[in-house]
Design a protein around this ligand. Sequence first.
Ligand code: FEO
Length: 162
Amino acid sequence: MLSKNLLDELNNQIKFELYSAYLYLAMSAHFDEANWYGFASWMKKQAAEEQGHAMKFLEYVHDRGGSVALQAIDQPPSKFGNPAEIFAEVLKHEQFVTSRINLLYSIAVKDNDYASQSMLNWFVNEQVEEEKTAAQILDWLQKAGDSTNALFQINNMLASRA
Ligand code: FEO
């Protein structure tokens, strides 16, 4: 059985994953409106992935006989800076999500809850990927600087995300 503390934090995590989806959807809309279709498409796929993360947590709570308590999702920003600034925000947000996963893991360890540790291992590995990808794109954008040509190339590369 899940401890009350872990159940509460898993429910919080569903909200944070859905907020991630909301944030990336807002970024996608911003990019769409600025005609950066590759960046927009990448963000839309990222938003869908975050919904998948929320569902993984929701299903896990049910698998363990817990009750899902959905919470209000914060409103994401509607104004954004340039692509490099946006990806700096993505990286910062993913670092926050990593800290959340680490918190969940530390509770599962304290609880001697091996099933939760096993489930959370997937997210530990996923966050390594999430941070790596955001940092890589940010690095490209910083190298591109004000070069429209380089920005178009990065935009086109991101358009091909499966
Ligand atoms: Fe669900 Fe991007 O972490």
